[in-house]
Ligand binder design. Structure first.
Ligand code: LRH
Ligand code: MN
Length: 398
């Protein structure tokens, strides 16, 4: 029986046909760490270049039809001009505007917080930006407004944690009231950085409370890099699936903190365990509406290669998890046959699904090996020539 005749292949095709992952505009731009930024000549710095790069990733992988936008980085004017330009770019590069990400962490006024700032005037300014982001989403026809706050403090006793919760609840309810019926507000949590004593939305419990208090169109966003190293992320995902509060993911990988490394580069089994929770919830008929998104900063790897590698890895791990024999697994779990259950579960992870995934790519008229196709296309060499002369050196940390 050839590979394409197998039942496993049918499951792989179904899984891949339904797998879409959103990529971040900032993944194509020159980003760095607080210790510096290594400039890449091929990096994108205009919204046009970010859509062009996203279009190329979508052409190569067949799985990235939307591009996440960060308001002040991608739509600085925030007006009709930006919206009209994005509309044109969507047509030209066959990629639509995806989630809208407000920027509430770079303005000087946000030193002591944005929606949680003790100054009512600063809180109003921050809420106005969130509402502006919601309106941009409506004008662009994109569904999700994805909210991450850097808000917190660095020293005990310097802020009232409970007062800040009240201000957050007020602001998120006010923002929720401005959503169009089809829009969602995704609340992203993060335990620390840039705040190093307390962060106002630090974990899934806080985000779940705030989202459910805000209203029925609010959900929780799980950034895989926003967990302590010892936390069981797939258990958090299981709880959010069980409670119907899971809205989406920001996928990346990390060895220590919020390292924003490429998905599956450090712990591919972690992504497998998360994807398993989603496949098994789907099997059990759970209502799900999950936005898969990448949130990475490519400081050393070539940005196009890193993005294509990330999507390919996500597709392969999604298929591995889809191929877990969950009927057999459920039996082993019920009988507490631990080793056999683990072998059934982990066995799917060991499986080399790349031949199946390549066969699916050819069936869908996309390159069998996207990374090789990127190299052969000369795309990176071309954008390096076009953009290279413009790239300026990086500013130093101090
Ligand atoms: C914060 C975060 C957030 C984005 C930013 C680029 O760490 O994960 O999702 O706004 O990265
Ligand atoms: Mn994120």
């Amino acid at each position: 029986m050839s590979l394409r005749e197998s039942a496993a292949f049918d499951r792989a095709v179904e899984a891949l046909d339904n797998f879409r992952i959103e990529i971040p505009s900032w993944g194509f731009a020159n980003t760095g760490t607080r210790f510096g930024k290594f400039v890449q000549a091929a990096a994108a710095s205009t919204i046009e270049e970010k859509f062009a790069d996203a279009g190329e990733v979508n052409r190569l992988t067949g799985a990235t039809p939307t591009l996440a936008l960060h308001v002040l980085w991608d739509l600085p004017g925030g007006g009709a001009h930006d919206v009209a330009q994005v509309r044109l770019l969507e047509k030209r590069f066959n990629v639509r505007a995806g989630s809208i990400n407000p920027n509430l962490f770079q303005d000087q006024e946000y030193k002591y917080g944005s929606l949680c700032n003790p100054s009512a005037q600063v809180r109003e300014q921050a809420l106005a930006h969130v509402i502006k982001s919601i309106e941009l989403g409506q004008q662009l026809g994109s569904r999700d407004v994805s909210l991450w706050l850097a808000d917190g403090s660095n020293y005990p006793g310097t802020q009232s944690i409970r007062k800040r919760i009240e201000w957050l609840e007020e602001a998120l309810s006010a923002a929720h009231a401005r959503l169009a019926p089809e829009q969602r507000l995704l609340v992203e949590y993060k335990p620390f950085e840039p705040a190093f004593y307390h962060t106002d939305i630090a974990d899934w419990g806080m985000a779940t409370h705030l989202a459910s208090e805000a209203g029925p169109q609010a959900r929780v966003l799980v950034d895989t890099g926003h967990h302590y190293a010892t936390q069981n992320i797939e258990q958090i995902v299981a709880w959010l699936l069980h409670t119907g509060m899971l809205g989406g993911f920001h996928f990346n990988d990390r060895r220590y903190g919020d390292d924003d490394l490429t998905l599956g580069s450090i712990d591919p089994y972690q992504v497998f365990r998360i994807f398993h929770e989603i496949h098994s919830a789907a099997d059990d008929g759970l209502e799900m509406d999950i936005a898969f998104m990448v949130d990475q900063s490519h400081n050393l790897k070539g940005k196009m290669e890193a993005m294509v590698q990330t999507v390919v890895t996500a597709q392969e791990i999604w298929v591995k998890a889809a191929l877990v024999n969950r009927k057999e697994l459920t039996g082993k779990q019920t009988e507490c046959e631990l080793v056999q259950a683990e072998e059934t579960f982990r066995g799917a992870f060991w499986r080399d699904v790349r031949p199946m995934v390549s066969a699916w790519r050819e069936m869908r008229n996309t390159p069998a090996d996207p990374l090789a196709a990127l190299r052969e296309s000369g795309y990176v060499e071309r954008i390096t020539r076009e953009r290279g002369s413009r790239q300026v050196g990086a500013a130093s940390y101090a």
